[in-house]
Design a binder for this molecule. Structure first.
Ligand SMILES: *[C@@H]1O[C@H](CO)[C@@H](O)[C@H](O)[C@H]1NC(C)=O
Ligand SMILES: *[C@@H]1O[C@H](CO)[C@@H](O)[C@H](O)[C@H]1NC(C)=O
Ligand SMILES: *[C@@H]1O[C@H](CO)[C@@H](O)[C@H](O)[C@H]1NC(C)=O
Ligand SMILES: *[C@@H]1O[C@H](CO)[C@@H](O)[C@H](O)[C@H]1NC(C)=O
Ligand SMILES: *[C@@H]1O[C@H](CO)[C@@H](O)[C@H](O)[C@H]1NC(C)=O
Length: 333
């Protein structure tokens, strides 16, 4: 009798143990996340400062620093590569940040084409239970919606104008969203009442862009802001099934961009509230278990292989930039 009880107890404990182990395995966080940041076509302005090097693409260093500040390392993702480049890289990294900038979506082999590879590959990974987050900031957010709309001849965004620090007007059910359900209430209060989200865009996504392309089924709007002429645009959004997130404003500029004429929000509260967005995204990326094969393989890809240039002193709105693939001074293969 006693033996039987012990046997049953051991059996129950074992089974519970087994459940706990497999739950843990699924929920275990990867505390060494590595995030890819997509580069974009070299800007005309920066090309004029580096004509000899004739770089193919760049990443503003503020995005790198913002991700690093949240406890992740960064790998640059180049534009103009074929599908297999993005597939192979995305098997090693834990998420992708689509940064803001000022490139067009209609240039072949550029930011939008690379973004489309990444978006489609990430959908496939998530569809088979391989958690893979994407975060789009400003142009990157517009790119997510442009891609979700099926590209199309008419770009699914409108002209607008916002070069101001403004508050977020949260939607009624924003607290049920993935992005904001765990946000500390003091940060929500700052975002809601203070002019801390930095805007710098001439295109907007408005509710009508979602309605006209049947996107409300898949995407949840969590806040709006008003542009400089009171046009109400979508300030934050997330996909309902995939871990895909977009914001129209620039959290990275508060702490890391300093051009005086831009009047970016640099107050204690602005820094504190804007910190939240990459903290959130990096935590999402910790749910991905992808990894490089070895430390030496990581080292070959990490952004530490490149040196940021002090572009603020050259008049750029970006204080520092990383540049990739010089075409003027090296051969093209
Ligand atoms: C830069 O490289 C592109 C592509 O190779 C080439 O078409 C262009 O002429 C180059 N420009 C300069 C200024 O070297
Ligand atoms: C690309 O798009 C921009 C606006 O987004 C437009 O001004 C430009 O004419 C387009 N170029 C081509 C080649 O279609
Ligand atoms: C905030 O959004 C609500 C609708 O969700 C709207 O009625 C209200 O006017 C907006 N407030 C501002 C300041 O734009
Ligand atoms: C935010 O900016 C608007 C427009 O410049 C201004 O009217 C408002 O007073 C500002 N709000 C705060 C809390 O500073
Ligand atoms: C809208 O999209 C959803 C799935 O994303 C689909 O089930 C629905 O039929 C679509 N509706 C229309 C009117 O296209």
């Amino acid at each position: 009798m006693k033996g039987l009880l012990i046997f049953i107890a051991a059996y129950v404990l074992n089974c519970e143990g087994a459940v706990i182990v497999s739950e843990k395995k699924r929920n275990v966080l990867n505390n060494r996340p590595i995030i890819g940041i997509l580069s974009q076509e070299q800007s005309f302005y920066l090309h004029s400062k580096y004509p000899e090097e004739n770089y193919t693409s760049y990443i503003a260093a503020s995005y790198v620093k913002d991700v690093e500040s949240s406890g992740a390392r960064v790998v640059p993702i180049l534009i103009g590569k074929d599908r297999s480049y993005y597939e192979e890289l995305m098997r090693k990294i834990n998420g992708v940040l689509l940064p803001g900038g000022a490139t067009f979506f209609n240039q072949s082999n550029g930011y939008a084409d690379a973004g489309q590879h990444i978006y489609e590959i990430a959908q496939k990974l998530n569809d088979v239970g391989d958690y893979f987050p994407i975060f789009g900031t400003c142009l990157g957010f517009e790119l997510l919606i442009f891609l979700a709309s099926g590209r199309g001849k008419e770009e699914n965004r409108i002209r607008c104008y916002s070069y101001s620090n403004v508050p977020l007007n949260f939607t009624q059910d924003y607290r049920s969203s993935k992005m904001f359900k765990g946000t500390p209430s003091d940060i929500i209060e700052i975002l809601k009442t203070k002019n801390v989200t930095v805007n710098s865009h001439q295109f907007c996504i408005v509710d009508e862009n979602l309605n006209s392309h049947n996107l409300t089924h898949d995407w949840l709007v969590t806040s709006h802001s008003n542009d400089d002429h009171s046009v109400e645009f979508i300030a934050s959004i997330e996909h309902k099934r995939y871990p895909f997130y977009g914001i129209q404003f620039h959290p990275e500029k508060s702490a890391f961009e300093w051009k005086r004429s831009k009047k970016y929000a640099h107050s204690f509260e602005a820094i504190k509230a804007n910190r939240y967005f990459m903290d959130f995204f990096v935590q999402e990326c910790r749910k991905s278990q992808h990894s490089f094969a070895s430390a030496s393989e990581e080292n070959r890809y990490l952004i530490y292989n490149y040196e940021p240039h002090f572009t603020g002193v050259l008049g750029s709105a970006y204080h520092q930039c990383y540049f990739f693939e010089p075409r003027g001074t090296v051969s093209n293969n």
